[in-house]
Design a binder for this molecule. Sequence first.
Ligand code: MG
Length: 202
Amino acid sequence: MKIICIGRNYGAHAKELGNEVPDKPVIFCKPDTAVLKNNEPFYLPNFSKDIHHEIEVVVKIDKMGKSIAPQFAHKYYSEFTLGIDFTARDLQTELKGKGLPWELAKAFDHSAVLGEFVKKDNYDLNQLDFNLYKNDALVQHGNTKDMLFSIDAIISFVSFYFTLKTGDLIFTGTPAGVGAVGIGDRLIGKTEAVEFFNFEVK
Ligand code: MG
């Protein structure tokens, strides 16, 4: 199983980090050891002093595919969840400054938090409203209609480079409002009706 992530997929978030809005999806990967699920606590790693939350819609691929046309991409996933792409922002800033890959800042253990997966049929993923609360305060609000590249466009794009296999996950980018987490914080990801994850930072 592989985890493919999209960076800078919401214009307001790209700008809050001082990045240009991309004309092609920005792609990076995490290993399967990055997964954290079942609302288990996230332990702050000792190599960063600035771990940021990035709430994202995550889709699970359920059919093998390669070079998928955008109009067929919806056939390759039937479930999604909300998750967090934890990012060591201090390391990432250092790596970006040197023009180096981001993996140390993005792909570390438990950096890919997954909520509970649900069937996409009951939702409109082209205009899904989602929120991240930190200790009862709303810190990130997003709507998938603001994505620069839609879920189907992303699946099509990445499938021309990576064969997609059953169980692969795609993190589709975070809206504006990213920020640091600290020990004792509780992070809750939800849509209006459904809570997808609720866990503590330790
Ligand atoms: Mg992200």
